[in-house]
Design a protein around this ligand. Structure first.
Ligand SMILES: Nc1ncnc2c1ncn2[C@@H]1O[C@H](COP(=O)(O)OP(=O)(O)O)[C@@H](O)[C@H]1O
Ligand SMILES: [Mg+2]
Length: 279
């Protein structure tokens, strides 16, 4: 679990984040959404310790990150896996070497152990046969999966993914989303996904934080987002008139369903109503 409390961040006079608080639970995909420039990247950089907030608290499993010394922060850093935007693979290394890299940096494993572990995670992301290929020889979706394999190779408790679907087609995006969700459940990681992909929001949004101009404008789940009352959020997610119409239709449909269910419940719970039927 990661908890952020009253995070503030400015660059010079410019306030970027204002008083952001949230709890991100283990085993869940916690999404940070918002339009470009709303502060998503700055918030995640504060969370992983790349930026120091001007005020506020960040705790990892109740340990205050901002109060940690260098050695403690280094240990924490090893529990954080990161999938960078654009995958950020080393072009001159094979897939297998890319995935072995964090093990060389942070583990005491020998070469054979590192190779074994790298191929284990490559198998998990269904890329075992591509282990000897170079990044230039594989597709965008495969590169993302290599990025994910590299992010999870150290068995992280926390997984950060910045725009995991950027540059992917909708079907490949679904595969990546499903993989991130499955890994989150399987290893009980606290997963943070920065995205503006509405498909991802609906597919994997266990917990969603919507940032608007550096403030937390809305928070909820993928089940709740469609019924939200925030004008700003609605114009963000239902950007086109077509989607706005689709939302209105869905709302009407749901309202109809709810009132039908209620009638049925009233009937079943009311002995007199049933009695009437038996007469
Ligand atoms: N290192 C920096 N120095 C100054 N301003 C920055 C820096 N990084 C980001 N910003 C500003 O912070 C705001 C939020 O940026 P960012 O978090 O990258 O937005 P996004 O939601 O698109 O990820 C933007 O106005 C951006 O210009
Ligand atoms: Mg960004």
């Amino acid at each position: 679990m990661i908890e952020i409390k009253n995070i503030k961040k400015s660059f010079g006079e410019k306030v970027i984040l204002e008083d952001i608080s949230a709890i991100m639970e283990a085993g869940k995909c916690n999404l940070i959404i918002g339009s470009s420039g709303s502060g998503k990247t700055v918030l995640t950089k504060c969370m992983v310790g790349l930026f120091k907030p001007n005020a506020g608290e960040i705790t990892y499993s109740n340990e205050n990150m901002l109060a940690m010394n260098d050695a403690e922060r280094k240990l924490l850093r090893q529990q954080i896996g990161m999938l960078f935007q654009g995958s950020a693979l080393f072009d001159s290394m094979t897939v297998e070497q890319n995935v072995m890299f964090p093990l060389e940096m942070f583990s005491k494993m020998n070469y054979a152990e590192r190779k074994k572990r790298a191929n284990e995670v490559l198998e998990r992301v269904e890329l075992k046969d591509a282990n000897k290929k170079y990044p230039a020889e594989i597709s965008g979706g495969m590169k993302k999966r290599v990025g994910i394999a590299r992010a999870i190779v150290l068995n992280p408790k926390y997984l950060f993914c910045d725009e995991p679907n950027s540059g992917l087609d909708p079907q490949t995006s679904l595969v990546i989303d499903k993989l991130i969700k499955d890994l989150t459940r399987e290893f009980n990681t606290t997963t943070i996904v920065v995205t503006h992909d509405m498909n991802s929001v609906m597919e994997i949004g266990d917990h969603i934080i919507y940032l608007y101009d550096g403030k937390k404008e809305w928070e909820g789940t993928n089940k709740e987002i469609i019924f939200n009352n925030s004008e700003k959020l609605n114009s963000f997610i239902f950007a086109s008139e077509f989607l706005q119409d689709a939302k209105d239709m869905r709302m009407l449909e749901m309202k109809g369903k709810i009132s039908n269910d209620r009638n049925m419940d009233d009937l079943l719970n009311s002995p007199t109503a049933l009695d009437e039927d038996f007469k």
